[in-house]
Design a protein around this ligand. Structure first.
Ligand code: C2E
Ligand code: CA
Ligand code: CA
Length: 568
């Protein structure tokens, strides 16, 4: 056991003498004493982590000091040295957070030593428990709760000292590809390596957190200039993107980083995180490793991106977006029963751009609503086109984003588009992710009710990635669950993924919901899903998203194809 630092705060020399000599007599020797007669900066002394316990002699300012410690959540145990132990006084100081008390003239060695040992032990245990609940289990860095606590403390400090606190928001590009290509285990391994690299590059006062699957954040305290933030971001980026070994292969990872500074870009935890995340999303729209600062305007400092925003506005003007359609196959009949409409940007120079590369930017530029309406218009036109091609049994699902669903006029607009097109509303389905639902539950529920009354149905997309609020989901008019591809992909080989798939299928059946597996890539996975009584499947095994014109041929081939697994 190392030496424990005990701070004694008393104006009375006798207190010093009595306490010091008692503490010196401790066997084994374990207390190192510091004496203060009055506190010039009491808060600093109480928050000083080098003190293991404080003995505070009763004085006119005792209550004030205890309150101060309580308010600042000082973790150091405070033992009050009272003149006399009346029940009222004891109750009062305990109420104010004192861990224990001693009485002048009645200080026995073993009592004093025991109180100190016990208080220090208890504080350490509390800190340990707290740190466990503040930590991410996989990487050991802070989790969201821990991160929030640190950022809030940093914001309070920066207000006091008129300094700046900055946040970096880091997202791994195409992380699902790593999981897909090298397996979930390798994905976890990559996350751990990244957490370690970030932690090793940070300063002592800063902390690294994992906010979700492939998202990290760093809080930088007391930053003097924006260029310092830029420097740290570049350093972190360089360190993450150094090649790492996964499954005996060298893999290079690319990241998108966004930063925001307090108080300039936001004075509260939520605002600051949101601003940094926004900047990250903007960065995400540019390929390769990149870092963006948060800016209110949508003009970017970083070269290359501004042309992308200009290109996007142009794209909206000239309607350069196209829908590709991925077939949904019924596992019993093996026929096409539905299509998911997936947007593509036909960029004049870059060719087809995938949605992950430009939708986040559209969202930030406020273009998502208009793009979303066009998607619905095109999907309705597609349903009419399918009818003309003799495929009246195929439904179409479109993805909707958070901002579309936030729009109070959304249902009205949908109604208008659907009526104009003349399609049957039940042929048009909407896909919502759990995260969209959870961001604003009441609003989402309301919107879903409106659309359900119009005759539309819903499936819950990427299901399984955010199990937390499952109970809420049963309140929503959902007709299908789509098992996230990360589980489907691993189902044939990974026990846990298999269990998640089975659980979702089982649950869906009990709730009388359809269940659709996404991202099935090989026969083994399809076979597994079929055996597990999954209703429908979507994935490269059958087809990627293809242009509408190719659907009739695909549907026909499917009709004539021998069932691959019912062969003898
Ligand atoms: P999502 O809704 O989860 O779409 C499924 C994505 O998985 C599609 O990517 C699809 O091409 C891909 N995929 C399908 N089968 C497989 C497979 O077997 N293996 C693998 N590895 N991938 C498969 P895509 O088209 O790049 O779309 C990405 C995301 O962009 C979609 O995820 C969706 O959230 C969003 N998105 C696409 N179109 C729209 C749209 O019109 N509006 C909105 N709001 N979001 C859209
Ligand atoms: Ca979807
Ligand atoms: Ca999905």
């Amino acid at each position: 056991m190392g030496l424990k630092n005990i701070l004694i705060i008393s104006e009375d020399k006798t207190d010093h003498l009595v306490l010091c000599s008692s503490l010196e007599r401790a066997v084994p020797q374990r207390f190192n004493v510091t004496i203060a007669t009055s506190l010039e900066r009491p808060i600093d002394a109480l928050m000083d982590h080098s003190n293991d316990a404080v003995i505070l002699a009763q004085a006119p300012e005792t209550d004030y000091l205890l309150r101060l410690a309580q308010k600042n959540e000082a973790s150091v145990p405070i033992i009050v040295l009272l003149a006399e132990a009346s029940p009222a006084t004891v109750a009062r100081v305990k109420n104010l957070g004192a861990r224990d008390f001693l009485v002048r003239g009645n200080i026995q060695d073993d009592l004093l030593h025991r109180i100190l040992d016990y208080s220090i032990e208890l504080s350490a245990a509390r800190t340990r428990i707290q740190s466990l609940s503040n930590r991410d289990a996989l990487t050991g860095v802070l989790n969201r709760t821990g991160f929030r606590a640190h950022v809030e403390r940093a914001i309070a400090r920066s207000e006091r000292h008129q300094s700046n606190t900055a946040l970096l928001y880091i997202n791994i590009d195409r992380f699902t590809n790593i999981n897909d290509q090298y397996g979930e285990g390798a994905g976890d391994q990559a996350i751990k390596v990244i957490a370690k690299r970030l932690s090793s590059k940070k300063r002592n006062t800063d902390s690294v957190a994992r906010l979700g699957g492939d998202e990290f954040a760093i809080v930088l305290e007391d930053v003097s200039a924006e260029s310092n933030v830029d420097m740290v971001a570049e350093k972190m980026m360089a360190s993450i993107s150094e090649p790492m070994r996964l499954n005996q292969q060298q893999v290079a990872i690319e990241v998108s980083i966004g930063s925001a500074v307090c108080p300039e870009n936001g004075g509260r935890f939520e605002d600051l995180v949101e601003a940094a995340r926004n900047a990250m999303s903007q960065a995400k729209a540019v390929p390769g490793n990149k870092y963006f600062r948060y800016t209110d305007q949508l003009s970017f400092n970083s070269s290359g991106s501004s042309s992308l925003t200009a290109d996007l506005r142009q794209a909206v003007r000239n309607d350069q977006f196209e829908l590709y359609y991925q077939p949904r196959i019924d596992l019993k009949s093996e026929q096409v029963v539905g299509l998911e409409a997936l947007i593509r940007w036909a960029h004049p120079e870059r060719g087809l751009v995938r949605p992950d590369e430009f939708l986040p930017l559209c969202e930030n530029m406020g273009l998502m609503k208009i793009i979303g309406h066009r998607v619905i218009e095109k999907a309705c036109a597609a349903i009419n086109w399918l009818d003309n091609a003799g495929l009246e049994n195929i439904d179409v699902a479109v993805n909707v984003s958070f901002s579309q669903f936030q729009d109070n006029r959304f249902s009205e607009i949908v109604k208008d588009i659907v009526e104009t097109s003349g399609i049957e509303p039940k042929r048009l389905e909407f896909e919502l992710t759990e995260s969209v639902v959870l961001k604003s539950f009441a609003q989402t529920k309301l919107r879903m009710e409106e659309l359900r009354k119009l005759g539309h149905s819903f499936s819950l997309d990427d299901f399984g990635t955010g199990f937390s609020q499952l109970s809420h989901m049963t309140e929503l008019p959902i007709s299908a669950l789509k098992i996230d591809q990360s589980f489907v992909n691993g189902a044939a080989t990974n026990k846990q993924h298999k269990a998640v798939c089975m659980m979702i299928i089982d649950m869906a059946q009990r709730l009388d919901l359809k269940v659709i597996a996404e991202g099935a890539e090989d026969l083994e996975q399809v076979q597994f899903l079929k055996n597990a009584n999954c209703h429908q499947v979507q994935g490269f095994y059958y087809s990627p998203a293809i242009p509408l014109q190719q659907i009739p041929r695909f549907a026909k081939e499917q009709m004539y194809s021998q069932s691959s697994f019912e062969a003898p």
